[in-house]
Design a protein around this ligand. Structure first.
Ligand code: GLA
Length: 396
C-alpha cells in the first residue's frame, strides 16, 4: 500500500479530511554482532532496515487516542485520563505505553487517530516493537506540536529512552536499549556502533563489496521468549556479582576483558553462569574485532566473527534452538556465504547472513528447501537494505 492508499484507509476508518493527515515512520533493525550485550553495558552493531512501521496520523477533537492497523481487525480508543488502564491489551499496549511514558515525563499530548502499517514481520527478532514505539512517539509529539519536530540526535536519544521505558515498565518486557536506539538513529547504508553504557555512538559505513545481507525468518512461534530473556538477564546479574568479589571496580560484564576472565579465579555458582559470562566477555571482543575488520574492508574476517558469535550463542548462552541452528548450518554449506548467525534475542526469530550477490538465489533455494525438509514448515527470506531511522515522511 502506498502512502495515498494508506491515507484513504485512514479516512475510511476514522473519517476526517485528507489534508490534515501526516505520515511518520520508524524502522526495524538487524543486529550484525554484539548479541545479548546491550544490557551488559557493551558495544553492539545494529543497522536499521527498510522494513518499518508507517503511521498515518490525523487530529481528533477530544482527549483520546484512536489506534487501528491495516492488517488487523482492531480499533482501540484510549482516554488520556485513563492512560494507565490499557496495559493488558492484546494490541495497542505498546503504543499506549509510549503515550503513558510521554505524559509521565511531562509532555502534553493532543487527541489523535493513528493508523499503523507495519512491514517488519511480527515476533521475528527484527524489532517490530521498537519500530512501533519510536514511530508512535514521533507521531504523538508531532500531533501535539504546532511546529514540526526537529528530529536531531537529542530528540532521537529521548525517543529511544522513553520507548524503552514504555516497553520495560508499561508492557513489562525487560529489553535493553539497542532496538529503540537503532530504530531512532538508523542511517541508510550504515551500521551503528553503540556503546550501551554511555549511549555514545559512531556510524560505520557498511561497504559489503559484492555481498548482500540476507535475513531469514524461522517463523517459529516465540511465546516463551520473554521469560527466557529475563532468565538470561538474571544469570548475567548473578555472574557480575560473583566477578565483583574479585574485581570490585567493574560495573558491568562488558568491563571484564578476555584476559581478566582467563586469569581470574571466580567462584561462579554453576557452570551455566560461567558459560553466560564467557559468552558476554568474548562477544564484546568480537565486536571490537568486527569493527576493525569492517573498517579495513575485510568482510571475510567479519563473516568468521559472525559464525563464532552464533556458535557462542548456541553453546554458551543457549538461546538458539533447532530452527535457528538449522538455518545457520545449512547456510554455511552454501557457496558464497561469508558468515551466518542468529540476530536479536533468539529462541526463534531470524538469522542474518552475508552472502555473495551472485550466490543469493541459490542460497534462498537451497536453505529454504532444507529448512522445510528438517523443520516441516517454511522459512521467509528478505534480501535487506539498510535504511534510515525515524522521521516524518513529507512529499512522498
Ligand atoms: C532483544 C532486546 C535487545 C537485546 C537483544 C539481544 O532484541 O530487545 O535489547 O538485548 O534482544 O541482543
Amino acid at each position: 500500500m502506498n502512502f495515498n492508499q494508506l491515507k484513504e484507509k485512514h479516512i475510511e476508518i476514522f473519517g476526517g479530511n485528507i489534508d490534515e493527515l501526516r505520515t511518520f515512520s520508524s524502522p526495524g533493525r538487524v543486529n550484525l554482532i554484539g548479541e545479548h550485550i546491550d544490557y551488559n553495558g557493551g558495544f553492539v552493531l545494529p543497522a536499521a532496515l527498510t522494513l518499518e512501521t508507517i503511521i498515518i496520523a490525523g487530529p481528533r477533537d477530544d482527549e483520546r487516542l484512536g489506534l487501528a492497523a491495516t492488517d488487523l481487525d482492531v480499533l482501540v480508543k484510549a482516554d488520556f485520563d485513563k492512560i494507565d488502564d490499557y496495559r493488558n491489551l492484546d494490541w495497542g499496549n505498546y503504543q499506549i505505553g509510549v503515550a503513558y511514558e510521554l505524559m509521565d515525563a511531562g509532555y502534553k499530548l493532543k487527541g489523535c487517530n493513528l493508523l499503523y502499517h507495519i512491514t517488519v514481520p511480527f515476533a521475528s527478532g527484527l524489532s517490530s516493537s521498537a519500530s512501533i514505539e519510536v514511530a508512535t512517539l514521533l507521531a504523538l509529539l508531532s500531533m501535539a506540536n504546532d511546529a514540526p519536530i526537529i528530529v536531531d540526535d537529542e530528540f532521537k536519544k529521548m525517543a529511544s529512552l522513553i520507548s524503552q521505558k514504555a516497553e520495560n515498565e508499561y508492557v513489562g518486557v525487560n529489553c535493553g536499549i539497542m532496538d529503540q536506539f537503532a530504530s531512532a538513529f538508523g542511517k541508510k547504508d550504515n551500521c551503528i556502533l553503540l556503546d550501551c553504557k554511555t549511549l555514545e555512538f559512531r556510524l560505520i559505513p557498511l561497504h559489503l563489496k559484492y555481498n548482500k545481507i540476507v535475513i531469514v525468518n524461522t517463523n517459529k512461534n516465540r511465546s516463551l521468549a520473554h521469560s527466557k530473556y529475563n532468565e538470561r538477564r538474571a544469570e548475567c546479574d548473578e555472574g557480575l556479582e560473583t566477578i565483583k568479589k574479585e574485581l570490585p571496580n567493574i560495573t558491568c560484564l562488558a568491563d571484564v576483558s578476555v584476559e581478566d576472565f582467563n586469569v581470574g579465579d571466580f567462584a561462579f555458582s554453576s557452570e551455566t553462569i560461567k558459560k553466560r559470562v564467557m559468552h558476554v566477555v568474548y562477544e564484546c571482543d568480537r565486536v571490537t574485532k568486527s569493527v576493525e575488520a569492517l573498517e579495513g574492508g575485510d568482510i571475510a574476517t567479519f563473516g568468521r566473527l559472525m559464525n563464532e558469535s552464533h556458535d557462542s550463542l548456541r553453546d554458551l548462552y543457549e538461546v538458539t534452538g533447532i530452527e535457528l541452528n538449522t538455518l545457520v548450518d545449512e547456510a554455511r554449506k552454501i557457496e558464497g556465504v561469508l558468515g551466518s548467525r542468529m540476530t536479536g534475542a533468539g529462541f526463534g526469530g531470524c538469522t542474518v547472513s552475508i552472502v555473495r550477490t551472485d550466490c543469493v538465489d541459490n542460497f534462498v533455494r537451497e536453505v529454504g528447501k532444507k529448512y522445510v525438509e528438517i523443520i516441516g514448515y517454511e522459512a521467509s527470506f528478505y534480501v535487506s537494505e539498510i535504511g534510515d531511522g525515524c522521521r516524518e515522511r513529507v512529499n512522498e
